[in-house]
Design a protein around this ligand. Sequence first.
Ligand code: PMP
Length: 387
Amino acid sequence: MSRFFDIVSKPARNLGTMNAPSTTPAALERRSRLIKLDSNENPFGPSPRVVDAMRAVLSAANFYPDDDCSQLRQGLATHHGVPVEQVLVTAGSTGMLSLLCQTLLAPGLNAVTSERSFIVYSMAVQAAGGRLVEAPMRAGEDSFDLDAILAAIDPNTRIVFLPNPNNPTGTMLDATVVGRFLAQVPGHVVVVLDEAYYEFALGFAALRRVAYPNSLEYLRQGASVVVLRTFSKAHGLAALRVGYGLGPAELLGYCARMRNTFSVSSVAQAAALEAISDSEHIQRVVENNILQSRVLAQGLSALGYRVVPTSANFLFCDLGEDAAAVAARLQDEGVAVRPLRSWGAPSCIRVMIGTPEQNHAFLQAARTIAGSGSRGSQATPAITSAV
Ligand code: PMP
């Protein structure tokens, strides 16, 4: 077929070649002018305290970072009340996902999740030579079917991924169902409790008087769980690539050996260390998210769209028509949202909950489009590359 096809590894071959530029400078420039509601980021950015902490270390950029992230690890261990050996800091929580897959999977082994879950699981599993099994969701609902996930586990399963809340549906599994699930998972399987949207989920759970799982308690009780958290969302540090796993010390020890050297920059470490204790910023972000989730949900419902109640910083919304066409029209109106065909939901979009001004602009654009009818649009294709 080509010069290298026969000599690259099977996982590399299966993932295909993806090194062509995915965008052009002109498209990037256009994109920078959009209101970005397509990647579940933090619309307020990092807090001033965190920006100062980054500035303070910039001029030492000639030195390699502390490979062990010792101060940050210790800070996180203290913050969560776990031994430091149960903390591993990685380049974003997707870094931890890859490490877990490389450590636990190989050809012939598999990982299980639900259909319509976080799209990076599939890539991380395939890159490690494993197979991802996607259990069906609850019929007619937007939530995971944990019995179907249990039924999909076989002797070759090593990982179950439970994103909670899930991306892109925004749905949350409560403490009772997660506890019951964990009690039934066989011993040869590690359950990854992916809590990227933890702070938002806690806010919604308190409001609705439901119990968000206390995942660290499962860890303390000796369960085979790894809890993933990130600084990319509520803390507003997505560009810095810093996240972490909390898990059994022995397992994290194996993962640590598989890590790329110096993968978390000193700027990211300094920012994250400061961000741990920045509860005021988190509170502001979470409060805006709760208030604005109502504004967005009401605005979209008024247009006749079906909105799934969220526990995260985005809404999953069924438009009942070709979502890619609507997303392209929205882009022409200056707003980026995520159409969800790749998740098997071609009539749905995922839209981040932004600032009041951003949400207002988005709803205005959505009304304009709904008023003019989006079918048959000749608009430019919506940007769909990021996760
Ligand atoms: N898990 C889920 C469910 C996510 O939606 C995301 C971000 N889109 C992540 C993990 C990864 O975030 P990061 O690598 O930036 O920490």
